[in-house]
Each structure stands twice: as C-alpha cells, then as structure tokens.
Design a protein. Structure first.
Lengths: 503, 497
C-alpha cells in the first residue's frame, strides 16, 4: 500500500480547514445564514477528507510534518503521526456531526455568527494541539482552546452562563499559566521540548534526581489536569453544562476534556516516557488520582435529577479511564486507555445529543420529567440506551472493549485493585444510567411535555438535523464495538500505535 | 556601499524627517497638519526601510559622524540591532497612531481652532507628536551622552505638553506634575553626565565603554543618571505621576506616552548599564529587579482597583514597565558571568510587544470613550456589541500583555521564564507567572464590563472606522509577533556587547 497523498504539510491543511471558515464566518454578517452554513459544512467535510488521506498515508507508513521556526530552538510544529491521528480523527468526525447538529439546534437563535465562528476556532485549536509535535506548539493551542471555548460556554448570556464561564476561565487560565511555567522548566531541564515516542527525559538524569523530575512532572500535571477534569480540579465541568447541547458535546467529547486527557498522554508517554514516569513515581500518582476520580465522579452522578449534570459527572468519571490506562506499564492497559479516548467521545456525544434532543423538542431537562419519553421519541431513546449501555460496559457497545483491555492490562501489571475500581465503577454506572432508561421506557407519559414547540416534524419525532447526527454517533458507538477487530476501528488503530511503538 | 544612499542618510532621515514635518504641522492649518503627518510617517517609514536594507552582515554596529564631526566633539549616530528594532516598532506604532489621530480629532477644517479643547488638541497634537517622534528616533541612534540629554529633555517637554492638550484642570495639574518630574529627572541625568565628563573626559558611549569605568565617582554618576531616567520611566516607586498624566492626554497622546515615550528613558538606562558600564552581578541589578517586581505587583493591584478605563490602562503600563527592570538581574545570570541572552531578547521582546499592544489598547480605549463620551468602566457597559472590532482589539492587546499565546507577549514571557529558570531563579519565575495572572485579571475586568448588556450606555456617538481598524491593526501585529521572532531576536542578540 502506498500513501495516496504524500504532501508533508497536510497537518497544516487540517488545521486551516477550520481556521479559515472560523475567520470567514466572523467576517460575514449575522444574517448571511446560507453562506455561513456552507462554509461550516465545507470546512467540516474538508477536514474529514484531509484526515482520511492522512490516516491512509500513516497506515501505509508515511509521515507528515510541518515546521516553522518561531524562536531559535523553538518550533511551531504540526506532526501527523499515528497517535495524533487517533485524536484528530475523533475530533474531525465528531465535529462534522456536531456542526450539523448545531445548525439544527441554534440557527434560529441569536449571535449565530459569534457562535459558529468560535465553534470552528475551537476545533482548530483541538486539531492543532492533537498534532502538536512539541510542547511549545501544544501549549499554544491548549491556551487558544480556552479562549475559543469561552464564548461558547457563555453563549446564552444568562447570569448562570456568565457565572459558569467565569469559573471555566479561572480554572483553565490558572492551569494554563502553570502549564507554561512547567513547559519552560521542562525545556531548561532537558534541553528540548519535541515529543518523542518513549519520552525525551534522560532516564539516568531522572534516576539521579527523582525528586526534581517528579516536581517537574507535577507542575506539568497541575497544568494538564484541569482540562482533563481530574479530581479535585474538575469543578468547572459540571457547572459548564449550562451551555447549549452542541457546546456540551464539544466540551465533553470533541475538544476540551479530550485535550486534557491527551495532555496527560503526551506528558506520560511523549515527554517523560512511561518507564521514567513509573520510576519517579509520577505514573503511580496519576493512576491513583484517576482511580479516585473514577469513583468520585460516579458517586456524584448518582442522585442527579438534571440530565446534563448527570452526564457531566459521568464524564468526570469516564475520562479518568483514559488517564488510568495510560498510566499503567502494560501495553494492554495502555491500549485500553487510549481507545477509551475515542470510545468515551463517541458514546458521550451520543448521550449529549439525546439530552439536547429532549430539551429542544419537548423541553425535558430533568430525569423526573422523562417518564415515558421513549414512547414519544423512540429513536432518540434508542440511541441514548445504546450509549448508556456502552458506558456501563455491556458488550457489544464500544465501552466494553475499553474496560476489558483496561482490566486485563491491570491484571498483567499486577494491580488487581484497578479491576476492583473498574467493577465498582461499572456498578455505579449501571446504578445511575439504568434508572434513567427505566423511567424513559416504563413510567407513565405525562399529559403535557414541559414545552413542546409548535414545530411539527411530520411523522418523525424531532428535527432531522438533530436526530440524524444522534443516530449516526450511536451507530458509530455500536460499530466501534462490533467491528473492534478491524484494523480501521479505533481499537485496531490503537493496537497499531502501541504495536509500532509510536506511543 | 554600492548604492548612492548610505546608512547615514537613512539615519538622518528618520531623525530630521519628523522634525521638519513637525515644523510644517506647526503652521496649524488643516492642510499643513495633514501634510505634516504624512511627511513624518512617510520619511520615517522610508528611512527605517532603508536602514533595514543597509544593515545586516558584517559589523553589528554602524557608526556615522553627522556632518563629518565624529566623537568626541560632534554628533555621533550609531545603529545596532537593538536600535533598529526599537526604530521599527516606533515607526509602525507611530504610523498607526498618526492615522488614528486624523480621525480622532475630527474633520479639523470645521473646528474653531483656538477655542475648544478639541480644537486645541487638533491644533497641537500633530506638531508635538512629530517632535517627540524625532527625539525618540534620535535617542535610539544617539552615540553620546550630551545628545541624549538634549533629546531626553525635548522628549520630556513635549510629552508634558501632550498631557495638557485636554485643557481640563485635572490635565493641567497632571501635566505640570509630569513636567516637574521630568525636569528633575533630566537634571539628575545632567549632573551624572557632568560628573562622568569630569572623570573620563568624553561623553561618547563607545569611548566611555572602552574606559572600563570603575570606582566611586563613575558609580555615583551612574546612580544619578539612573535615578533620573527611572523617574521618567515611572519605575516603582517613582511612578505616581504616570497614571494621571497618561490618562489625561487625548487618546492618541496616551498611546504615544505609554507605548513609546517611556521606552526612550528606559533605553538610555539599558545603554548605560549594559553598553557603557557593563554592570555585572551584584546588589545593584538586584535592586533594579526588586523595584521592577514592586512595579509589577503594585501596578497590577492598582489597575484592578481603577474605575476609569484609561487610568486602568495607565496603571497597567506601570506594571508592564516592571518586567523591563526584572530583566536586569536575569541578564547578568549567564554562564560564567556572561550575559544571559534569553533575558536580553526576552526583555526587549517584551518592550516591543508592550509598545504595540499598549498602543492598541489605548487607541481602543480611546474609541470606547469617544463613543460614550465618558471614561468610567461602567459607561462602556455592553460596548462589545456596539464596537465589536474595537472590543476585539482591546482584548487581543490585553491578552498579549498577559502573555497568552499566540502573541509577542507570550514569546517574551517564555524567554524571560527560560532566563529565570536556567539560573534557578524561581522567585523571578513565580513573579512573572503571578504578573501574567494579575494582568489577565484586570484585562478580563474590562472585557466583562464591555460584554455586559444589563446597563447599556444612553449616549452613543458613532466611531470613525479608521479609529477602529488602526487599533485592530496594532492588535493583530501584537498577535503576529508571537509567530515569528527569529529575525528580531537575532538582531537583538547581536546588539549585546
């Protein structure tokens, strides 16, 4: 197999494919609806196509890199390697469906120009940090992501939204500043900031001064853990659910928390190297923090009546599966962690799309209002159920594979307590998701829904622009599980990354 | 040099061009005002362009005795990478401010020129600003201390006059205070210069550097000159005059003062400490650094407490100037007692980005005040929805100051942090980090007012588009500075002795 496109600057094109529409939309007027939608969709489709070429190329052994010197010794570098592509593909595909969904969800509302412009910028930052070839570029996009997301979080402009936005900014900006400090320290300490499979820290230097390197790691961890929503700095995420549903999808599945989890992966694997990180005790700290977060998030998700809040705490919990997996030494566990980055994204975006469908179509936002809703919106609830079962870890949905690999990997690593955490968390997942499903299917339908709009959708239960994306991602969640053995599935690709030693 | 035009011609052009233009503008008819500005901007841009073409390769310093009269008697002009970078920054910022001012002061042909404050501003802004520009360019290029004294005196007088253009009692008081500080500062500088002349018998920067100045008298001379220039740079705790003065000036004047004028006296301090004296590690640089730290913390805290937009931006200048002085202790921390190049390039990259970003912020703040005819923060409530481009310009400028990537401020912060950490200077590193967060806090405070729609202003005067996009242009430049710093940092590093 030969690469179809060998153009080195392909990663730059992937970044530009959403940057250009983002700027273009800002320059267009608020009323230029048709042009805005066209630009949005063109950009989203172009990104998926470009990423497809890159996937094929990397699968065939090609490599893509674009570099530009900013300062002597510091580069702006975008690299399309196998690990980067795992994240970029997730973002590109989910961005396309979220764009369609967001058009359906918000095109009637206010400030669409601002919304869709920053929506594109947000994905630009995400793909940029996914393909960042070094810590400097990573920090650049990591910070840009904060600013691109803020206007989306406060989109509604309500006091509640402003408050949530403020909290988001305080958390992310302080952590971003700490990350910059850590990044500079890393450069001073090790001489370079380029990401390398297996890490760039000299094992001997780390062995000679374990305390110093652990401190360096912890500073960088403090910078990365806020977006990864690790306990105890997860507080911004549940509050940010006041944002409109497409934004929640973006925060929880496509961009922000994924950026945090990816930062942990880069930190553990591409900067320190997992062996060094284990030797200095850093990986153990991440694993313990992740285990605590998994249980904490699941426990907080119990007893939530607000559906999106429940989902937010579920994200806090599920995201730490990624952190936990990549902090373990065995390849199997690392595969489990990496692949959950994708699986969690697909399943969680399904859940948020469904929550948005319920809120947009019927005004249903609380679980106590969901009685019998599956009879009114059967397809929506079917998608919801698939994703929720996946979150619990029931085969053949994708989540099962992640948990299986994580559990096996933990046993191989001789850490049976991790399996205990996984089991406890699965039970808790079941305890907060199953009642929702039961309510939706078995409880009595109310006489009136909270605010059923006047819009009629024919014989279909909701606006197709919302429904189709939800069904597509639910199918993806199912397919990722069923076809997990294929080399082009998320699991197959992850095995390729770890097998090649690209982590 | 094969071309007919040598660097001396370009150097003369950037100094004399704005001076001649200032004379033209002084004639005071709408036509000569516009002609003067065009002449000033044109001559500086052409001159700086010429200098870029002639500079480079070979000797890092170009020396030119004006009119064949070199040191120790005549006027010595010299150009190195640092001077070229500062000239270029001043030229770009100056061009934007000049354009902005033509719109800000309105269609001056309809103004009764003498009577109204606006008329006074319109009448005298251009001549004063062009005079300042000439003096600034002269300071960057000057090779001897006496010329520097003359130029810094012109700079101080012109700057104080710029403050009083608004003719309010407040502005007059602020301007007079500025004048007083400025005169006392120049006097201290002059005493130091005289002392040095007695000791060394020359005032040429280069000859003085060769002297290898040592001992109590040269040290006293340095102390006098530094205190004088520090007062003019508003280094904490000599900063109290700056916020009222910078806030009182008309918006383009504020931008000139905050972005450019204070850099002139700072530049002289650097020339003295680095080029002439080559001050090494010791208590002296540490004290400068501590004062800089005080400026960062105190300036930022006071900025957070302001309820007037322009005063907030002015206090931000006090804080940002602090970073320039924190450069000194980092600068002497290089390997084996040498200079730390990161500190040097980082410090001046900060000076550069601060110049661009602060001008953008003051111009944008000026547009906001212009629109609502008031200057308190509550008056700009919701202005983001009326003036989105100006709002964005202020925001981008502010984020660059705070060192948020991608921006010139981020590059500067990275370099300064690297300089601090390379030497284990955790105190300085934490200070820089904290300073960035404080900057964010006051910038976000303004942005929060600007997006808040609950209490929209009652009056709204449309803002000329030229005022909006000149600020935006500078803001974009401050962002672009974050993408490519290789050439500029190389030029700067080449200027380090």
């Amino acid at each position: 197999m030969t690469p179809l496109v060998a153009w080195e600057a392909l990663p730059l094109a992937v970044v530009l494919s959403s940057l250009v529409p983002g700027i273009g939309i800002m320059l267009l007027g608020e009323e230029a609806q048709r042009a805005r939608i066209t630009l949005n969709l063109l950009g989203a489709v172009a990104k998926v196509v470009l990423v497809g070429f890159m996937l094929q190329g990397v699968g065939a052994g090609a490599s893509y890199a674009w570099r530009f010197t900013v300062l002597p010794g510091l580069e702006f570098s975008l690299v399309g390697d196998a690990l980067a592509l795992l994240f970029v593909t997730l973002s590109a595909v989910l961005w396309l469906v979220t764009t369609v969904y967001a058009i359906g969800y918000l095109e009637g509302g206010e400030n669409r120009r601002r919304f869709f412009s920053f929506f594109s910028l947000c994905v630009t930052a995400t793909t940029g940090l996914a393909m960042a070839g070094d810590l400097f570029t990573f920090v650049l996009f990591y910070e840009a992501l904060t600013w691109a997301t803020y206007p989306l979080v406060v989109h509604r402009g309500t006091p509640e939204a402003i408050q949530a936005g403020r909290r988001y900014l305080v958390y992310t900006l302080v952590s971003g500043t700490v990350l910059v400090l850590g990044a500079v320290w890393f450069q001073v300490e090790t001489g370079g900031v380029a990401f390398q499979p297996g890490g760039v820290v000299d094992p001997e230097a780390a062995a000679a001064q374990p305390g110093r390197y652990l401190a360096l790691f912890l500073v960088l961890l403090a910078g990365a853990s806020v977006k990864a929503a690790l306990f105890p700095v997860h507080g911004w995420l549940p509050v940010a659910m006041v944002a409109p549903a497409p934004v929640s999808a973006l925060l929880h599945a496509v961009a922000v928390v994924k950026a945090g989890a990816f930062a942990l992966i880069r930190l553990l694997h591409s900067l320190f190297g997992i062996e060094v990180a284990s030797d200095i005790g850093a990986a153990g700290i991440v694993a313990v923090l992740a285990a605590v977060t998994i249980l904490y998030g699941s426990i907080r998700a119990l007893n939530q009546d607000d559906l999106k809040r429940l989902l937010a705490f579920s994200t806090v919990s599920q995201l730490s599966y990624v952190a936990l997996g990549v902090a373990l030494l065995t390849p199997t566990a690392q595969i489990g962690g990496l692949v959950h980055l994708v699986h969690q994204g697909i399943m969680k975006i399904t859940l948020f799309f469904c929550a948005g469908l319920l809120a947009h179509t019927l005004g249903v936002k609380k679980i106590s209002q969901m009685g019998g809703v599956a009879r009114r919106m059967p397809l929506t609830m079917m998608a919801f159920t698939v994703a929720a079962l996946g979150m619990i870890g029931i085969p053949p949905v994708a989540g099962f594979l992640s948990k299986w690999y994580l559990g096996v990997g933990a046993m191989e690593a001789g850490m049976p307590w991790v399996v205990g955490v996984l089991l406890a968390s699965s039970l808790l997942n079941a305890a907060y998701f199953l009642p929702v499903i039961r309510t939706a299917y078995l409880d009595a339908t109310p006489d009136r829904w909270p605010s059923e709009g006047d819009a009629r959708f024919g014989r279909i239960e909701a606006d197709v622009r919302l429904l189709v994306p939800a069904l597509v991602v639910a199918l993806l969640a199912l397919a990722s599980g069923v076809f997990g053995g294929s080399p082009w599935s998320p699991l197959g690709w992850t095995e390729l990354i770890v097998g090649r030693g690209d982590l | 040099m094969t071309s007919g035009l040598d660097s001396i011609h370009w150097m003369t052009l950037v100094v004399l061009g704005p001076l001649v233009a200032s004379m033209v503008a002084l004639a005071g008819t709408p036509r000569t005002l516009r002609l003067g500005l065009a002449l000033g901007v044109g001559s500086v841009l052409v001159g700086v362009g010429g200098l870029w073409l002639t500079f480079g390769g070979g000797d890092p310093v170009l020396r030119n005795p004006l009119g064949g009269w070199g040191a120790p008697l005549g006027i010595d002009l010299r150009l190195d990478g640092l001077a070229l970078v500062m000239l270029t920054m001043t030229a770009l910022v100056g061009a934007a401010i000049s354009l902005y001012s033509t719109a800000y002061f309105g269609d001056i042909s309809f103004l009764p020129l003498r009577d109204s404050p606006a008329g006074r501003g319109a009448r005298f802004f251009a001549p004063l600003w062009l005079l300042l520009w000439s003096a600034l360019n002269g300071i960057y290029l000057s090779g001897d201390l006496f010329n520097l004294y003359v130029l810094i005196e012109i700079l101080g007088l012109g700057a104080a006059a710029l403050v009083t253009l608004a003719v309010t009692p407040k502005a007059t008081v602020a301007g007079m205070r500025y004048l007083l500080v400025s005169l006392v500062g120049s006097l201290a500088f002059l005493m130091g210069v005289a002392l040095l002349y007695v000791v060394a018998g020359t005032l040429s920067l280069e000859l003085l550097a060769e002297e290898g100045l040592q001992g109590p008298l040269p040290a006293a001379a340095l102390a006098l000159m530094t205190v004088g220039m520090a007062a003019k740079t508003a280094l904490f705790p000599l900063h109290a005059w700056l916020p009222p003065a910078h806030a009182a000036a008309p918006a383009p004047g504020s931008a000139v003062l905050s972005a450019l004028v204070v850099k002139g006296s700072f530049y002289i301090i650097v020339r003295l400490w680095v080029d002439v004296y080559g001050v090494g590690p010791g208590p002296a640089v540490f004290v400068l650094g501590l004062l800089g730290a005080g400026a960062i913390l105190w300036g930022s805290i006071l900025a957070l407490r302001q309820r007037s937009l322009k005063r907030l931006v002015a206090y931000s200048t006090v804080a940002q100037l602090g970073y320039l002085f924190v450069m000194f202790p980092l600068l002497v921390s290089g390997d084996g007692g040498g200079w730390n190049v990161d500190a040097w390039t980082g410090g001046f990259y900060h000076a550069l980005s601060h110049g661009v970003a602060k001008a953008a912020m003051f111009l944008a703040a000026g547009s906001m005040s212009y629109a609502v005819a008031r200057d308190d923060l509550s008056a700009i409530s919701g202005i983001a929805h009326r003036l989105p481009m100006t709002f964005l310009a202020f925001g981008l400028g502010g984020l660059s100051l705070a060192g948020i990537p991608p921006s010139g401020g981020f590059v500067a912060k990275w370099l300064l942090l690297r300089a601090a950490l390379a030497d284990g200077g955790w105190g300085w590193a934490l200070l820089l980090t904290l300073g960035g967060l404080l900057t964010l806090a006051y910038v976000l405070m303004v942005l929060r007012y600007a997006i808040d729609r609950t209490d929209p202003p009652t009056t709204f005067r449309p803002v000329p588009r030229r005022m909006e996009w000149t600020a935006m242009g500078l803001a974009l430049l401050s962002v672009l500075l974050g993408f490519r710093a290789v050439e500029i940092t190389e030029l700067l590093a080449g200027a380090l002795p």
